[in-house]
Design a protein around this ligand. Structure first.
Ligand SMILES: [Ca+2]
Ligand SMILES: [Ca+2]
Length: 235
């Protein structure tokens, strides 16, 4: 686009100098770059139905790195950069805090009237599981102990809770430390923390009601938190 501006400026200067400029001169036809930024849930580098869109800025650069345009993605993860003069460009995202499942930058060729495509996939961490009634108060979830629906929790000032089946899910999270502060219903208290097998233990600190999940990237891979479970005992 800088090239186009230069061309128009040059044409204006020539006109001022009285040099003939063909009245029929047309701007160079442009092309479009579009694509999708998505959470690549199955880590195969491609989008499939059901994989949600990611939000980020998408940058268009000349090959030497000069910025040409930056656009944000739509809520569904799609983006479009119109009116791009023909040529080769770099297109990229900078998904800090996520595992990349595609290159973060690709080179596209824009042709007059054409559409070039660049998709970007990433993977976040899921923080999930259940609240349950620890009937025997041993800090372990036995098969006959029922899940507890509609238990509220807070992360800072953001609130959520378990659903009608006692499950909660925070999918596609970026790297951070998440402190979930659970609200025990009247007549209940938290089960002992971190007793026995991690898959079926209770993860809330009984004094604070907080359970902590850490999502981090190690060697480019993001971890999942599949069993941040909260046991509640009767008082
Ligand atoms: Ca996929
Ligand atoms: Ca138990």
């Amino acid at each position: 686009m800088a090239g186009m501006r230069a061309m128009f400026v040059a044409a204006g200067v020539l006109a001022l100098l009285g040099t003939a400029v063909p009245a029929t001169a047309q701007p160079t036809a442009t092309g479009t770059v579009r694509g999708l930024h998505f959470f690549d849930r199955n880590v195969d580098g491609r989008w499939q139905p059901g994989e949600p869109g990611g939000d980020s800025a998408v940058g268009l650069y000349q090959l030497d790195g000069t910025s040409v345009a930056t656009v944000g993605t739509n809520p569904d993860g799609t983006y479009e950069i119109p009116d791009v003069p023909p040529g080769q460009y770099r297109v990229g995202i900078n998904p800090i805090g996520y595992q990349l499942t595609t290159p973060s930058e690709v080179v596209v060729e824009v042709t007059p009237g054409g559409t070039s495509r660049a998709d970007f996939g990433k993977l976040g961490g899921d923080i999930t599981r259940v609240t349950w009634h620890d009937r025997n108060a041993d800090g372990q979830r036995q098969p006959d102990e029922p899940l507890l629906p509609n238990i509220q929790f807070w992360i800072g000032r953001w609130g959520s809770g378990t659903d009608g089946t006692g499950h909660y899910s925070m999918p596609n999270q970026g790297t951070s430390t998440y402190v979930l502060r659970f609200v025990p219903p009247d007549g209940t208290a938290f089960a002992p923390q971190h007793v026995g097998a991690p898959e079926t233990d209770s993860d809330a600190d009984p004094a604070e009601g907080t359970a902590t999940a850490v999502i981090e990237l190690v060697d480019g891979k993001i971890n999942q938190v599949p069993n941040l479970d909260i046991g509640l005992i009767s008082q």
